[in-house]
Structure formats: C-alpha cells, structure tokens
Design a protein around this ligand. Structure first.
Ligand code: SF4
Length: 191
C-alpha cells in the first residue's frame, strides 16, 4: 500500500488564473438543471451544508457580483506515477493527498482574496471542515464562515469552463487504475 508521505512526490502543481465578467460566465457556463441532476447522484446531496438542496435561490449569487476570478490548479503527475497502476485503496490515498490536499492548501489564500475583494469564494466539492457535517444530524452549520459552496453547487459547469476558458480537458482515473496525466481543481472568487 502506498504511504501518505509518498504522494506529494508523485506530482507537481501549476496554477492558471482567468477572470471573466460574472454576466459572461453566467450566460455561457451556468445551468442549474444540469448540475442539480449530477448533485442528486452524489452521496453528499442534502447531507452537507455546502451542497444542495438549498432553501435559498443560489442563482442570485451570479447577479450579486461583477466578476469571477477562476483559479485552476493542475495536478500534474510525474512520469513514474503515470507508469504505475494502483489499486482502489491506493487511489483513494492518492486523491486525498493530492486533489484534496491542494484544495485545502488553497482555502486560506481564497479566504484572503475573499476579504480583500469583499467577495465570495467558491470551493470545490463538499465542505470538509468538520469531521461530520452537522447537517447529517439536522443541526445548523457549526462554522458558517468556513462553509463555501462549490462552483457546481450554484450551477457552474466545470467541464465546459475548463475546455472553453482554459483549453483543458477534465480527466479522471481509468478503470485499470492508471492515473491521468493531470487532475484539475477549479475554484473561484466572485467579486
Ligand atoms: S463547517 Fe462543518 S457543519 Fe458547516 S458545512 Fe462545513 S462540515 Fe458542515
């Protein structure tokens, strides 16, 4: 089994930032019906306060701000990592300690940007701040300032954004346990 401390040696990162007006982004890359259909398939649906189903109209977020700064982090795997095949357990360790590790590292930078821009940052995936989200027990969020919607959860089409704004393709692990050339992490700040 792969050791956790081996994972950071399997990749390096590359960050690309693009800024669009929120109106342009909304017109081209927001479709809540599509993202909700995908969210309903996820085990976190209605079990995490950062995820749907929401009581409020989340589309209003797109009208509240003028611009969106899109921050793409590419997790580029090394040649050695690409040559190996991994079993399911190893792949979980790799994803946790590459994709989620980089996401968690970026959060403090985005919190600062959110403050500087007087905006709202959009994370990737569910909120993992608490070990168990309070929503599972029907309790209010314990740390509302740490709970952030993802781009998808408010209707953003991540795959289309990657291809049309960044010229990148969304890649994932194949059935034979081979890592893709890179994984993509898309986060943003509305301001
Ligand atoms: S801060 Fe805790 S309670 Fe709130 S959404 Fe995140 S995990 Fe859930």
């Amino acid at each position: 089994m792969i050791e956790i401390n081996q994972v950071p040696k399997l990749y390096d990162t590359e960050v690309i930032i693009k800024t669009l007006t929120t109106q342009e982004y909304r017109n081209n890359f927001v479709d809540l019906d599509i993202t909700m259909a995908a969210c309903k398939e996820c085990p976190n649906y209605s079990k995490n306060w950062a995820c749907p189903e929401f009581n409020e109209n989340v589309l209003e977020n797109w009208d509240r701000y003028e611009n969106i700064e899109l921050i793409l982090t590419k997790i580029n795997f090394t040649r050695e990592a690409l040559e190996d095949s991994y079993d399911d357990e190893d792949l979980l360790i790799i994803i946790d300690n590459s994709l989620f590790r980089e996401r968690n590292k970026l959060i403090s930078t985005l919190e600062e940007k959110e403050k500087d821009y007087e905006g709202k940052y959009l994370s990737a995936g569910y909120c993992g701040y608490c070990e168990k989200c309070a929503r599972i027990d029907n309790l209010p969020c314990k740390y509302p300032d740490k709970c952030h919607n993802s781009i998808e959860s408010i209707g953003g089409l991540v795959s289309d954004t990657l291809s049309e704004v960044f010229g990148e393709e969304l890649k994932w692990i194949d059935k034979n346990g081979k890592l893709p050339e890179n994984l993509s992490l898309l986060m943003a700040v509305l301001y």
